[in-house]
Design a protein around this ligand. Structure first.
Ligand code: ADE
Ligand code: ZN
Length: 359
């Protein structure tokens, strides 16, 4: 018999909020550091994992930037991307939109071309060999200057075809989106789409700024939107996607526990929320683990999972035809799934015919 858990496992999924450097598992960190003749301040994989205790966003970012220092060669960027893609292939993810943090590498003397070429080739190989489609989004680190972001944007221009959009990440508080108005204006002029982390640790006001001043197509995190009813109304009316990362939010103490997370509340209110992993090597899981954990904590049913996945397909940066193909694939999957014995006599059904099983 199918359960919500098997639905989560089998349903085709898309991920829209994943920092590729945040998928660096300790095992690969050691392998790459050895290959590059570097030493780590840890003796074992277990020691690394033990260090992953965070109290807020900054405490995580300090360790995260330290970990990614092992990445130096094009092969390193290829390997980390490839490892992530293999993981999500096993989780039935068919489309992913990946962030990378160029400044965290260029500041160490790594050429922009080395970073983007390694990542791009892994994405191409996964498309050909695993059938995973993807997009690449370049993030500016908001704690750095607007001049540094502008310089990074210029470095990206020769790779325009490989990068769909620009984003904003790192330490949110004290670095409002409006700091980056000229860079995002230039990025839009050059044809990039825009997104921004906003309302993760920061207030609803930062979400307003991202929407109105940076013209973003999606909000990354955005969980603080619920503090502003007028904002929620706009996000619902315009179906502006929120890329929510449940395990991340608990690890960084945005919520005290998953059972206190507002994902279900946001979904029920009609917001276009999606489930994502953020930094899976640091926060305890990839997309399926996020779905499983939040399903259990918030008692999500089949219909909730279906809607979360559908939202993510609708929120992708794919073209209209590619998006429709994904949505068709989802509908086909759901109708086969319903036929395969999900239905039990005493179940209650929602209006689409999915039984409201509680597991
Ligand atoms: N970079 C990687 N993960 C991040 C997060 N959760 N918030 C801001 N910047 C990040
Ligand atoms: Zn993030």
């Amino acid at each position: 018999m199918h359960t919500v858990k098997t639905l989560i496992r089998d349903i085709p999924k898309a991920e829209l909020h994943i920092h590729i450097e945040g998928s660096l598992e300790p095992e690969l960190m050691f392998k790459i550091s050895r290959r590059n003749g570097l030493s780590l301040p840890f003796h074992s994989v277990e020691e690394v994992r033990k260090a992953y205790k965070f109290t807020n966003l900054q405490s995580f970012l300090d360790i995260y930037y330290e970990g990614m220092r092992v990445l130096r060669q094009e092969q390193d960027f290829y390997d980390i991307t490839r490892a992530y893609l293999e993981r999500i292939h096993a989780q039935n993810v068919c489309h992913t939109e990946i962030f990378f943090d160029p400044q965290a590498h260029t500041v160490r003397g790594i050429p922009f071309e080395t970073i983007v070429t390694g990542i791009h080739h892994a994405l191409l190989d996964a498309q050909q060999q695993r059938g995973i489609s993807s997009k690449l989004i370049m993030c500016f680190q908001r704690y750095l200057s607007v001049e540094s972001a502008m310089e990074t944007l210029h470095q990206a221009l020769p790779f325009r075809e490989w990068i769909i959009g620009v984003g904003l990440d790192s330490s949110e508080l004290g670095h409002p989106p409006e700091k980056f108005i000229p860079v995002f204006a230039k990025a839009l002029e050059e044809g990039f789409l825009t997104v921004a982390h906003a309302g993760e640790e920061g207030p609803a006001e930062y979400i307003w700024q991202a929407l109105e001043k940076l013209k973003v197509s999606r909000i990354d995190h955005g969980v603080h939107c619920v503090e502003d009813a007028r904002l929620v109304k706009k996000l619902i009316a315009e179906q502006i996607p929120l890329t929510v990362c449940p395990l991340s939010n608990v690890k960084l103490r945005i919520f005290n526990a998953l059972s206190e997370h507002n994902l279900k509340q946001m979904l029920d209110s009609g917001l276009c929320v999606t489930v994502n992993s953020d930094d899976p090597a640091y926060f305890g899981g990839y997309i399926t683990e996020n779905f499983m954990a939040v399903q259990e904590a918030l008692n999500l049913d089949h219909n909730d999972i279906y809607h979360l996945v559908k939202n993510s397909f609708q929120a992708t940066f794919l073209n209209k035809k590619e998006k429709q193909d994904l949505l068709d694939r989802l509908e086909k999957f759901m109708s086969q799934y319903k036929q395969k014995g999900l239905v039990k006599d005493k179940d209650t059904f929602d209006r689409r015919g999915y039984p409201l099983l509680k597991i």
